[in-house]
Design a protein around this ligand. Structure first.
Ligand SMILES: Cc1cc2nc3c(=O)[nH]c(=O)nc-3n(C[C@H](O)[C@H](O)[C@H](O)COP(=O)(O)O)c2cc1C
Length: 366
C-alpha cells in the first residue's frame, strides 16, 4: 500500500473521523475559484484573448505563472515574464522559467489554430530586458490535432504503474523527445532523480524556496492560485492534525518532513520510463524551443493515455547540485548538448487540475 494511502487510512480510521464531521468538511475543500480559469478557457470572442485563455493553462516551474500579456497593439501580443516570480535558488539563470514561457507560447499557437489563426513569434525583440516574445496573429492558421488534449494535460506527480511503455508509443513520441526504457538506464535515472531530489530538499535555502511557495489547504490556494498546491483530502487531513506547517516542513527531524520524503521516494521509484529533451545550444531561443517541444510532448502523451512528470532537480544549476547536473549530462546528452527537460513517463492515475490566476490578472496595462 502506498505511503499516501497508508496515512489516509491511519488518519481516516483515527484522528480525522474522531473529529466528527471532518469527512463532510473535507468534501467541501475543492478550491473552485482557483480552478475556474480551466472552465473559462475558450469563453472569449476576441481571438487573442481566446488563445491566451488556453495558454495560461501551460505547465510551468512551481506553477509560478510568470507570464503577462500586453494587447495594446492590434493583432499582436507582447508576452513578458514577470521577474518578481523568479526562482533564484533553484533556477538561478532562469532557464526553467524560460522553458515554461516556451510551453506558454506553444499552447498559445496551438489554441490560436482553433480560430483559424497562425501565430509567428519574434523572440526577445529587445533582448533580455524586453518582452520574451511578440506574437503576431494572422488569418489562415489550421487546427492542431494536439488541441484535443489541452484540457486533459497534466504533470502527474504520482507513482506510476509497473506497466512498461509500449515501443509504439515511444516511437510516436520520438520526434519530440528521447524515450528511455532500457532497464539499466532507467535504474540509473531512478537513482539520479532521487539523489538529486534529496540534495534540493536537504539544502535549506533551495528547499525553503519551495516551502515558501507551498499553498497549504483551500484558503491559501484560493488566495494565491499558484505555487505548490497542497490541497485535497490527504493534505487537508494532515493540516487538520497539525502535520502540515511551514515550520514542520523546514525541520528535517519532523515527522511531517519524513512523510514528504517517503512520498517522494516511493513516487520517484515507481517509474518505468523517462522522456528527455536536449538542445545543441543553450541560448534563450533554445530554451524556448525546448519548452515548445515539452508542451507538445505533454499533449501527445496525454493523447496516448500516458502520464508525464518533469523531475528537474538534477538539471538545476546551484553549486550543491553540480555533481548530479554533470551525471545527468553524462547519461543523457552528447558532449556540448544541454539537457533541458527530464520527465517520468508511464501510466499514472487521473490527476486533478492545478490552480491558475484568472487571465484578467495577467494582462499588462489593461
Ligand atoms: C521547466 C519545468 C520544470 C518543472 N519541474 C518540475 C519538477 O521538478 N517537479 C515537479 O513535480 N514538477 C515540475 N514541473 C511541473 C510543474 O510543477 C507544473 O507544470 C505546474 O505545477 C502546473 O501543473 P500542471 O502541469 O499539471 O498544469 C515543471 C514544469 C516545467 C515547465
Amino acid at each position: 500500500m502506498s505511503t499516501r494511502r497508508t496515512f489516509l487510512r491511519l488518519l481516516g480510521g483515527g484522528v480525522v473521523l474522531a473529529a466528527g464531521s471532518a469527512g463532510a468538511f473535507l468534501a467541501t475543500r475543492t478550491p473552485a475559484k482557483a480552478l475556474a480559469p480551466w472552465d473559462a478557457a475558450g469563453g472569449y470572442e476576441e481571438p487573442r484573448m481566446r488563445a491566451l485563455s488556453y495558454a495560461i493553462l501551460a505547465p510551468n516551474p512551481h506553477n509560478r505563472q510568470p507570464w503577462e500579456a500586453d494587447l495594446r497593439e492590434p493583432g499582436k501580443i507582447a508576452i513578458w515574464r514577470d521577474k518578481s516570480r523568479d526562482l533564484p535558488e533553484t533556477d538561478p539563470y532562469d532557464r526553467q522559467l524560460t522553458i515554461g514561457m516556451g510551453c506558454f507560447l506553444e499552447l498559445l499557437a496551438v489554441a490560436a489554430g482553433e480560430t483559424g489563426h497562425a501565430v509567428s513569434f519574434d523572440l526577445f525583440p529587445q533582448g533580455e530586458e524586453g518582452p520574451v516574445a511578440v506574437a503576431t496573429f494572422v488569418e489562415g492558421g489550421a487546427g492542431d490535432p494536439l488541441f484535443a488534449h489541452v484540457m486533459d494535460r497534466r504533470s502527474c506527480k504520482e507513482p506510476f504503474e509497473a506497466r512498461a511503455v509500449p515501443a509504439e508509443a515511444a516511437s510516436a513520441l520520438a520526434s519530440l523527445a528521447e524515450v528511455i526504457m532500457e532497464a539499466e538506464r532507467v535504474a540509473a535515472l531512478r537513482k539520479l532523480t532521487w539523489d538529486a531530489w534529496m540534495v534540493e530538499v536537504m539544502t535549506p535555502r533551495t528547499f525553503r524556496e519551495s516551502v515558501e511557495l507551498m499553498r497549504m489547504g483551500k484558503a491559501e490556494i484560493e488566495a494565491n492560485p499558484d505555487g505548490i498546491d497542497l490541497g485535497g483530502p490527504f493534505f487537508e487531513s494532515l493540516q487538520l492534525v497539525g502535520m502540515m506547517t511551514r515550520e514542520g516542513q523546514m525541520d528535517q527531524t519532523s515527522q511531517e518532513f519524513a512523510i514528504g520524503v517517503d512520498i517522494y521516494r516511493e513516487m520517484l521509484a515507481a517509474t518505468q520510463a523517462y522522456a528527455v529533451v536536449t538542445t545543441a545550444g543553450n541560448s534563450r531561443a533554445d530554451q524556448i524551443a525546448a519548452g515548445r517541444r515539452w508542451l507538445r510532448l505533454n499533449l501527445a502523451t496525454t493523447g496516448l493515455g500516458l502520464a508525464l512528470h518533469p523531475v528537474s532537480q538534477s538539471l538545476q544549476e546551484f553549486p550543491e547540485m553540480a555533481p548530479h547536473y554533470e551525471a545527468a549530462h553524462a547519461l543523457l546528452a552528447k558532449p556540448g548538448e544541454t539537457v533541458q527537460m527530464l520527465g517520468r513517463l508511464g501510466y499514472g492515475p487521473e490527476t486533478p487540475r492545478t490552480p491558475r490566476w484568472p487571465l484578467e490578472t495577467r494582462l499588462r496595462d489593461a
